[in-house]
Design a protein around this ligand. Structure first.
Ligand code: GDP
Ligand code: MG
Length: 293
């Protein structure tokens, strides 16, 4: 039996119902959902697991707000959500403004399947109004699949799921299907640290690095975390640590800030660098790091 898995990124203007949609899609099948994840590689918010598939939804709060000073940041953000998506869900409703030309072009040129989700159909006064909105979108983004739903009332959400599954690529699960439920925080914490490593080191370093959360102790006012940064060669250890420890310190400080924001609590983060020779070729280690079952 083939297994499908992928990242479904939900984008759109504020207030069109992105979060409501994600909740509706994740619903009872929820493994993990959080309203705070901002920084992880794939911006994970909700994962839907099934024997044959795993859908990783991410929601992007208010990315298209038409404020000029935000434009650059928004665009970067939108680009990022385009880059790591297997499927793009552009959510809109009858009140929504059309996005700017730039954005429309990005949707048109997307290399992954694009869905235009016309939400809040319960507020349309009749079928003609709904059809008009859908037709408009079919013309604007001809390559998109245009669907209509009511996320709030969960009308047509099953149909949307079916259509998503048709477009979802064949792939192994990206995340352990069970572990995530009881250890979500560790996972997010390691993703945040890994993100910093991707930001601050060059060339092969990030790809040779794995982050293990060795311990995660939640106390009343603080969370104490010990993270091991695994590299595959001795020479990489020195690079990660940097001159007088400066590089590692930067990773630690920046990661801690994001983790604190993510958890909503003060964090004490300790980082250690270890060499795990050629871990990427070692089946046991790959299993330990959650890459193979
Ligand atoms: P977001 O900003 O795109 O994440 O939008 P939210 O999910 O926070 O929803 C914005 C508002 O629209 C909330 O008041 C929702 O209850 C409402 N909403 C979302 N989906 C629907 C829907 O299908 N029908 C109706 N009537 N309201 C909806
Ligand atoms: Mg939202």
């Amino acid at each position: 039996m083939t297994h499908k898995a992928g990242f479904v990124n939900i984008i759109g203007n504020p207030n069109v119902g992105k979060s409501t949609l994600m909740n509706a899609m994740v619903g009872e099948r929820i493994s993990i959902i959080t309203s705070k994840a901002q920084t992880t590689r794939h911006r994970i918010f909700g994962i839907v697991n099934n024997e044959d598939y795993q859908i990783v939804y991410s929601d992007t709060p208010g990315i298209l707000e038409p404020k000029y000073e935000l434009h650059q940041a928004m665009l970067k953000f939108v680009e990022a959500s385009f880059a790591d998506a297997d499927i793009l869900l552009y959510v809109t409703d009858k009140y929504d403004k059309e996005p700017n030309e730039n954005f429309i072009n990005m949707l048109k040129q997307a290399t992954v399947p694009v869905f235009i989700v016309v939400n809040k159909i319960d507020l349309c006064k009749d079928e003609a109004e709904l059809l008009e909105i859908m037709d408009k979108w079919k013309i604007i983004i001809p390559n998109a699949t245009v669907v209509n739903i009511s996320a709030l009332l969960k009308v047509q959400t099953e149909i949307l799921l079916k259509l998503l599954l048709e477009k979802l690529p064949e792939h192994e699960a990206y995340f352990p299907k069970d572990e995530l439920t009881d250890k979500p925080m560790r996972f997010f914490v390691s993703e945040i640290i890994r993100e910093k490593i991707f930001l601050y080191y060059q060339k092969e370093i990030p790809y040779c690095t794995e982050v293990i959360i060795e311990s995660y102790k939640e106390e009343e006012t603080i969370v104490r975390i010990r993270a091991e940064i695994m590299v595959s060669r001795d020479s990489q250890k020195g690079i990660i640590i940097g001159h007088k420890g400066a590089s590692l310190k930067k990773v630690g400080v920046e990661a801690r800030k994001d983790i604190e924001e993510f958890i909503g609590k003060q964090v004490y983060l300790e980082t250690f660098v270890k060499v795990d020779k050629d871990w990427r070729d070692n089946q046991n280690q790959l299993r330990r790091y959650g890459y193979v079952n």
